[in-house]
Design a protein. Sequence first.
Length: 256
Amino acid sequence: MKRYFFVFCKDELMLERQPDGTYTIPLQEEPPTEVKPWTTIMNITPLDNIEVKAYSIDTPPTSTLYEMCPLRQSYYKLPYPLYLKAGKCAELLYWDRNTKFCGVCGGHMHFHTDISKRCEMCGKEVWPQLATAVIVLIRKGKDEILLARGRNFRSEFYGLIAGFVETGETLEEAVKREVMEETGLTIKNIRYFDSQPWPYPSGLMVGFTADYESGEIHVQREELKKAGWFHRTHLPTIPEKLSIARRLIDHWLDED
C-alpha cells in the first residue's frame, strides 16, 4: 500500500521533483530514505484516504530525485492540501522532540496513541498544544489601514498587529490588548475574519478586522520598529501570500 512520507531534515521538508517540473511528497510503500532503528515514524491523519507518515533525518538525501525546501517556501511549490499536511507533520514532530520527559516527575514519555504520550512513571498523559495568536486589520475610514514593521521581521515588509492570547482572556480581549500595548490605539467593531494553522513551530492564527476609534500611535519599541496609517493606493511591501495577514489585506483591498 502506498503512503505519503513527509520527511524533514532540521527545518526543511523533502520534496520530490516530478518530470513536468512540479513538486510533490513521496508516495510509495516504503520510506524514501534510510530509517535508523531509533527513528520515530509518526502516524498522521490520512489525506484523501491515503496513509500519511512523518519522520526526521539527520542529513539531507543525496538522490537528485529529491530537493530540500524550507516549510514556508513549500507553500509555493506544493498543492495546498499537501502544504497543510506538511505543516501538521512538522508540528507533531516538533511536539515529539520536546516531550521526551515528563514535566511532573521527569520520567520517560512514550506514545499512548498517535497524538498522545504517557509517562512510564506517574502516568501523566500529554497531547500536542497550540500557541493561539490573534491578528487584526484596523481600518481608519474607508481607505486607510494600520501597518507596522515588527522588530523580528526578516525583510522590509509591513504587517498587521498580532500577538499571543493570554490565559483568562477572550480572543476579542486579546485583540484590544495587543493593539493598545503595541500602538496605544483604541479600536471598535471587532469582527472575526478567518483562522489559519501556523506551524512555525506550532501556532494557530485567528484573524479579525476592526475600526479605529481613538488615540495617537505610540509604538511599543520592544515589539515594533514603526507603525503608521497607509492609504490603499500607497501601500508598502506587504506580507507573503501564504499568510492570513495577506488575506486580510487583500480582502480589504477588494472592498468598495
